[in-house]
Structures are given as structure tokens and as C-alpha cells.
Write a protein of this length. Structure first.
Length: 275
């Protein structure tokens, strides 16, 4: 049986397998952290250009996070030494910033998580570098559609599997692969918490969704097969068949009648092409 925990005063910071149900304080904290994260990605829409290094972008993320009164949650997390993850082309997730320069035609995911006043604002967005091939643009567009279709399933009384079923249906209609090795997750005062939010599932299965739950939905969609492998650095996950991969991520809270997106862009830069 699924266990739920009402978090009085939103002070619980330990993962114990229960799904936490947050109150108004938690929603307010997540809004502030989520909006800082969204503003950082809005800035990336200007910064992502051919010739820029991923290390330079990471430095901007770190500076904006600190200027916003937060710290990058990834910095020092399990030994990770950067302020964000930047995943290019066939990198599925957890790409490590470096002196690698972006090239014309690349597609790039930037994943940021500022930790502001104890709350995690976790979000990622895709960016197009220069003149991108049509098949790559379509992959990015469909991946965003998958994200929003998953969020549209969120309401009290629905099941966690409804999210993955909606995502899987859209992706597989295009003959794309839905990555199973990584998933969304609960969050709040913890970076990663229960429940695990899988992106390929059967509708009507899994825990019941309840008002007060916080989670990320972050489908990773491959142009080819869904299989991935981990590189020797212990972080970078790539497609086994070297096909392109795309991802979008939002942090959301479940309300009495649906979902509040904490990490929505304040300037409307939700998906490329960015004006």
C-alpha cells in the first residue's frame, strides 16, 4: 500500500519511501525556487550560440544561481563538480560541462536546479544551436508535446501511470523510443524523493495522485531505440544506437483541480525556437 505523509510545516527532509503532501508554505517555496530556475533557462536562450563552450554556460548558471540567493543543488551532489548538466545530441542526460564548443546544428539540453531557502527548483529545456536539421527539430517539438501531455494527466484521483501512458502514446506514435532507465521524481526539500515518475506506463496503474504532491516530469525521448549506456565518467548517459535524444522537465505541484507548474518561463520561452 502506498504511504502518504502530510508534512506539517514543510520541515521533513528525509527520504523514507513515503509520498509527501505539502501545504501552502511548500507551494510558496517551490514557486520561488522554480521561477529562479526558469529565469536561468531564459538567459540560456540568449547564451546558447555556436562557438560557446558548455563550461562557459555552466559558469553563467552558477553566477545567476548565487546572485538569486540560491546554491546549485548539483554542485557537490554525489561528487558532481558543476552547477548544471548540459547534454548534447546523443547524450540523454547528465552531460558534464567542459571546454567543448557548441556547433551549428547541435541540439542541447540544459538542466538546472537552484536550491533556494531549502527548496529545489528542478527544470530543463532544449535549445537549438544555429541551423538544426528538420528531424532534430521535430524530435524536440514532440518531446515538449510529451511533457505537456504528461502534465495534463495530473489531478487528484488520477494514477501515476496515467502520466507515462500519455507520454508513451505520443512518442511511440512517431516511432521514437521512450527512455526507461531514468525517470522523474518527487522533490521539495529533498532533491530526489518518492515517487518515481516513469515515462512509459499503463494508464490506471501506480499510486493515486493527491493534492500537495510535488514531482518532476522529465521525459527523455530518443530518435531511435530507447536503450542507453553510461560512460566511464559515471555520469554521462548516451543512446546506445547513437541516435539523437531530447528532454524537457518541469517541477509541478498537484492542486485541488490539476497541476501548478513551478518552473514555467516568466517570459514565454517554453520551447524553441526562442525569439
Amino acid at each position: 500500500m502506498t504511504q502518504y505523509q502530510h508534512v506539517t510545516g514543510d520541515t521533513s527532509v528525509y527520504r523514507d519511501g513515503t509520498i509527501k503532501l505539502h501545504g501552502p508554505e511548500g507551494f510558496e517555496g517551490m514557486r520561488k525556487a522554480g521561477q529562479l530556475a526558469a529565469r536561468i533557462l531564459d538567459e540560456m536562450a540568449v547564451r546558447v550560440q555556436p562557438g560557446v563552450t558548455t563550461g562557459e554556460l555552466d559558469s553563467v548558471v552558477r553566477e545567476m544561481t548565487l546572485d538569486g540567493g540560491a546554491v546549485p543543488a548539483t554542485l557537490g551532489y554525489r561528487g558532481y563538480t558543476h552547477s548544471c548538466c548540459i547534454s548534447i545530441n546523443h547524450v540523454v542526460c547528465h552531460g558534464i560541462p567542459s571546454d567543448k564548443r557548441l556547433k551549428d546544428g547541435d541540439i542541447v539540453n540544459i538542466d538546472v536546479t537552484p536550491l533556494l531557502d531549502g527548496w529545489h527548483g528542478d527544470t530543463s529545456r532544449m535549445f537549438l544551436v544555429g541551423d538544426v536539421p528538420l528531424k532534430a527539430k521535430k524530435l524536440v517539438e514532440v518531446t515538449y508535446e510529451c511533457l505537456m501531455a504528461g502534465i495534463a494527466q495530473v489531478r487528484p484521483g488520477a494514477r501515476l501511470g496515467d502520466i507515462g501512458a500519455a507520454i508513451q502514446q505520443i512518442a511511440e506514435r512517431q516511432r521514437y523510443g521512450v527512455v526507461r532507465d531514468f525517470c522523474g521524481h518527487g522533490l521539495g526539500r529533498l532533491f530526489h524523493d518518492a515517487p518515481e515518475v516513469v515515462h512509459a506506463a499503463r494508464a490506471g496503474t501506480g499510486p493515486e495522485l493527491k493534492a500537495g504532491m510535488f514531482m518532476t516530469i522529465e521525459p527523455m525521448i530518443n530518435l531511435g531505440r530507447p536503450h542507453v549506456k553510461l560512460l566511464n565518467d559515471g555520469w554521462t548517459a548516451v543512446t546506445r544506437d547513437k541516435s539523437l535524444s531530447a528532454q524537457f522537465e518541469h517541477s509541478i505541484g498537484i492542486t485541488e483541480d490539476g497541476a501548478e507548474i513551478f518552473t514555467s518561463s516568466p517570459t514565454g520561452l517554453h520551447k524553441p525556437p526562442y525569439a
